[in-house]
Design a binder for this molecule. Structure first.
Ligand SMILES: Nc1ncnc2c1ncn2[C@@H]1O[C@H](COP(=O)(O)OP(=O)(O)OP(=O)(O)O)[C@@H](O)[C@H]1O
Ligand SMILES: [Mg+2]
Length: 225
């Protein structure tokens, strides 16, 4: 296998400036992920996990180091290319689902197609994804009428509707009870195993990591340990 990793992070550094105070969130992180892998990122609060994901997702600029995602060096992209990458290359799932409360489940998913440019929207893919996630019968409901697990599966559909090669999930089960957590973990596991979706998942739960991922990366104080 000489194929390039789909994510290659080298000596990544991030310093947040808060007035006169510098917070070093990443202190030289290197990580490679191959296409088709499911990797868990574990580590205590404040260890830099979300910062790492936001940089990989081109939502945050690093202070140093290099990031290659799907063959592109993020630091060398123009804003238009970074924006394209945020819409098409990386799908993001959040702990709090971040669904828009006044829109139906379907509209919440469709909005990602609109943002990416509706002309390219792939209706067959939309149907495949909602069938795969088991949410076809919930599309007319608004978020308040859905269980936490259903809301998170709508959010996963939104993240995947533009066919991103990489799915980043930042504590996707952090707001769910154990039953709904298991349903969401099963969903992510099946996406990886059956559709070969590359998934990176932040979690505080070692059992969750062991349940669905092939590799666990541990972070502490801005470093991989
Ligand atoms: N926008 C910001 N401005 C200043 N400091 C920040 C900012 N975002 C994060 N930090 C700091 O950077 C460090 C790493 O934060 P990060 O959110 O990446 O950690 P985390 O591992 O995701 O933690 P958690 O498990 O609590 O979500 C922390 O010290 C945090 O306070
Ligand atoms: Mg975090």
């Amino acid at each position: 296998m000489s194929e390039e990793p789909i994510i290659k992070v080298q000596n990544l550094r991030k310093v947040y400036r808060l007035g006169t105070v510098d917070v070093s969130a990443l202190r030289g992180v290197s990580l490679e992920v191959d296409a088709g892998e499911f990797v868990a990122v574990l580590g205590p609060s404040g260890s830099g996990k979300s910062t790492l994901f936001h940089i990989i997702g081109a939502m945050l600029a690093p202070s140093g180091g290099t990031v290659r995602v799907d063959g592109l060096e993020l630091g060398q992209l123009r804003e238009a290319e970074r924006s394209h990458m945020r819409k098409r290359t990386v799908g993001f799932v959040f702990q709090r689902f971040n669904l828009l409360p006044t829109l139906t489940a379907e509209e919440n998913i469709r909005i990602a197609q609109h943002i990416a440019g509706k002309a390219d929207a792939d209706e067959d893919h939309f149907q495949r994804i909602i069938q795969f996630l088991g949410i076809a019968h919930r599309l007319r409901h608004k978020p308040f009428a859905l269980s936490g697990g259903e809301q998170q599966r709508i959010a996963i559909a939104r993240a995947l509707v533009n066919k991103p090669p990489i799915l980043l999930a930042d504590e996707p089960t952090g707001n769910l009870d154990s039953e709904n957590s298991l349903a969401v973990l099963d969903t992510l596991k099946n996406l990886n195993q059956e559709l070969n979706q590359t998934v990176l998942m932040i979690t505080h739960n070692p059992d969750a990591a062991a349940y669905c991922t092939q590799r666990v990366v541990r972070m502490k104080d801005g470093r991989i340990v």
